[in-house]
Design a protein around this ligand. Structure first.
Ligand code: GCO
Length: 264
């Protein structure tokens, strides 16, 4: 039998924020399949959280759900204390929760801008501060920040999101710098264009963006959420114990190429 113990997450507790759906859910499923006990967070409705927990449990994973706002310091501290008390020490934190607003910058209301920065960037600081303080005491831990193509590239209408995700790349490097000496590895995953609810408006038949993305991606397709599981398990496991401050782009090759004219 092959020895896959380097990637084994049995006895590990993984908190994945925003894992009631989408990429967070796919990554949590990957961590669960590698043996982790799952703790998922959401902030919309308890019903949505309960439904997600039931789906994880049906898949055969140990799963727990907690409702809190990842950008509210008091709620986060209370929830993290409760999770560690009820489930156990958090070994793996995946900062996945995020929102997007597609509004040209000159039309972007300040409150929408602030909502995006708060949810996609500030919340990672808030949640990590609560969780990593405890990891430092234990002298071990894994943090995975979910970045984006927009950590590297601009695009019309996603200014706030790009500012937050570009900031998140640098926050990842800084966290890695400050915490590596405590045996805490902080890295990022940068998903390319994935078929999720978030990109559903861009994938409707006849939308020019659909064809554009397929043409712009060397692999010639949208990503399936499951395509992220390998990178998530790697960065959550002992296999990455000397990997610090890297962003692994899982993008079918988009960032590797300048692209090609549409008629080729
Ligand atoms: C967009 C997309 C992106 C993606 C993703 C890419 O409008 O361009 O929604 O922002 O969601 O983060 O990596």
């Amino acid at each position: 039998m092959p020895d896959t113990s380097l990637f084994d997450l049995s006895d590990k507790v993984a908190l994945v924020t925003g894992a009631t759906h989408g990429l967070g859910m796919a990554m949590a499923n990957g961590l669960g399949a590698a043996g982790a006990t799952l703790v998922i967070n959401g902030n919309s409705s308890q019903e949505k959280i309960d439904k997600a927990v039931a789906a994880y449990t049906d898949a055969g994973f140990a799963a727990h759900g907690y409702r809190f706002d990842v950008s509210n310091e008091d709620e986060v501290e209370t929830a993290v204390a409760k999770i560690e008390d009820e489930v156990g020490p958090i070994d793996i934190l995946v900062n996945n929760a995020g929102v997007i607003r597609r509004i040209p910058m000159l039309e972007m209301p300040l409150d929408e801008w602030e909502l995006v920065i708060r949810t996609d960037l500030t919340s990672v600081f808030v949640v990590s501060k609560a969780v990593v303080g405890r990891m430092v005491e234990r002298q071990r831990g894994k943090v995975i920040n979910i970045c984006s193509m927009m950590s590297e590239l601009g695009r019309d209408s996603v200014g706030a999101y790009a500012a937050a995700k570009g900031g998140l790349k640098m926050l990842t490097r800084n966290m890695a710098t400050e915490w590596a000496r405590h045996n805490i590895q902080v890295n990022g995953i940068g998903p390319g264009y994935f078929a999720t609810e978030q990109t559903a408006p861009l994938r409707v038949d006849g939308h020019p963006f659909n064809e554009f993305i397929v043409g712009r991606t060397p692999a010639g397709r949208w990503g399936n959420p499951e395509d992220l599981q390998g990178a998530a398990v790697f960065l959550a496991s002992e296999a990455s114990n000397f990997v610090n401050g890297q962003i692994i782009y899982v993008d079918g090759g988009i960032l590797a190429t300048i692209g090609k004219p549409s008629n080729e």
